[in-house]
Write a protein that binds this ligand. Sequence first.
Ligand SMILES: O=C(O)C(=O)C[C@]1(C(=O)O)C=C[C@@H](O)C=C1
Length: 274
Amino acid sequence: MRVAYLGPQGSFSEEAALRYFTNEDVEWHKSGSIVDVLEAVGDGTADKGIVPIENSIEGTITITADGLLTHDLFIEAEVIFPVSLNLLTIEGASLDEINEVWSIVPALAQCRDFIRQSKVKTRQFDSTSAAAQAVKNQERKDVAAIASRYAAEVFDLQIAKSAIQDNSNNHTRFVVISKKKCKPVQEQTKTMLLISPTEDYSGVLSSILNVFSALSINLSWIESRPTKKQLGTYHFFIEALNGMQEEKMKKAITILQAFGHDVRVLGSYGTTKL
Ligand SMILES: O=C(O)C(=O)C[C@]1(C(=O)O)C=C[C@@H](O)C=C1
């Protein structure tokens, strides 16, 4: 089985992938960006992928949410991974010399307080590990990468400051994706739906939410993403705390469809906490 994740070596995605896919015979496929991972799964270069979708400080990784739609992908599992972000420098650099920090946007956003307080500039990279690799290659003492302890080991960098994220209790939720509709790999405790209203009328969102509350279905995530076709029109990602095997989930979908909404089941899955 070929599994794609965000590289280069040393990324959080790699740590999550290596710890999640332990029993299988895997051929790893490292992609240069999150979009590339989604594309690799979408075009069949990889059978599965693992991508970040939400962070407890920063919220939705919108590239992933949008990519699930563009590439018609399904979710077969979710993986919760603890994220501690560190300031990595080359050997001998000191904290007060640093005037620029490099990382992927969601990681920079998770360290907003630190960045503001230390008045450093930021530069965007496609992953925390790509930033760490660049710091290593450029041998500059005035820049630091925001990345993991694992990336520090991989690129032989020093940790100038550890745990710089805005809240020490920080987690990123990854989803395991595939092009084909997935067979459940573990007990299905959640279902991700994509609901696209076919008509816009006042109260459309509350009519959708009422279906879930009437059936006592608890929701764990709701995200609206623009259809990108017309200003003010949205798709709704709604994640329910019930599996698709449960009668009330089937009922909810039937009612939503009867209301005229387009409903897609993106996956029904369980959670792995690493
Ligand atoms: O850049 C990485 O190391 C990643 O795996 C991506 C990513 C993300 O985009 O959310 C994953 C986990 C952390 O939240 C920080 C970065």
